[in-house]
Design a binder for this molecule. Sequence first.
Ligand code: UTP
Length: 289
Amino acid sequence: MNHPLRKVVVPAAGLGTRFLPATKAIPKEMLPIVDTPTIQLIVEEALSAGAQEVVLVNGRGKGAIEDHFDRAYELEDQLQRKGKKELFEEVRRISDSVRLVSVRQKEPLGLGHAVLAARHAVGTEWFGVLLGDDVVDADEPAIGQLVRFARKTGKAAVALMPVPETQVHLYGVAAGRAIEGGHVEVDRIVEKPPRDRAPSTLAVVGRYVLPPDVFDILANLPAGAGGEIQLTDALAVLAQQKRLLGVRIQGVRHDAGDRLGYVQANVAYALKRPDLREPLLAWLREVVK
Ligand code: UTP
């Protein structure tokens, strides 16, 4: 990668079956962590790493995401009239902060297929991918940590974090030659391996920095696990070509795509809010007695 990060792809066309019935009419990415939709946290992470354009991969019935990043005239007008200046500014900030391009994935045929749908909007430059399922609370934005390594090494980068051995079957798992800082020159990467076949306990976190030729790789992939086009299979091709770095990212990761992880993320983020921390702590102490 020989330029700063400009474009990021945010796939949001999945069915969100793990969050039914909430996701029957509401996109999973709009479910809030305290009061902020996960997709807004993701977009803010990308912007604070310097990204200028977000390519949203959207599906049927998920227009609420686009509306969230659009101007909301009636709401803004009401807030102004009622003198709710801070709320007005917050709502305005969300739509002013981002240039969003939306593309359609016509059928949810997998994460790799979703990224491929962004091909024409991304063009021929390196780009980031961020998944709303992983919320990473970090001093340096997680995607920015990857960009730093991709620019230094010229390789694609995938975020990794160690997980307990009992959980490897839930994640993409990567292994390879360890280099300075605990990072890895990836030579093997597999999606959701059975526990006894996992090559390591380093799990993929949903952040990637990828070269434009990954689109050719994706376009030529056969369907993988679950009959879906898997992004992990494209990463495996990059790994075979010795072009993939596993970056152990710093920060606290919440698996917001899982119900328990989602509740934990809400508690963790609420505890960071000065107005919520004390009353929440008092209540938690009461209920865990
Ligand atoms: P997940 O597999 O976690 O999302 O994909 P999902 O399919 O919505 O969730 P469940 O398993 O049914 O509960 C990770 C991310 O990739 C997107 C999802 O929207 C999610 O943000 N995705 C997944 C797509 O955009 N298209 C797909 O075909 C699959």
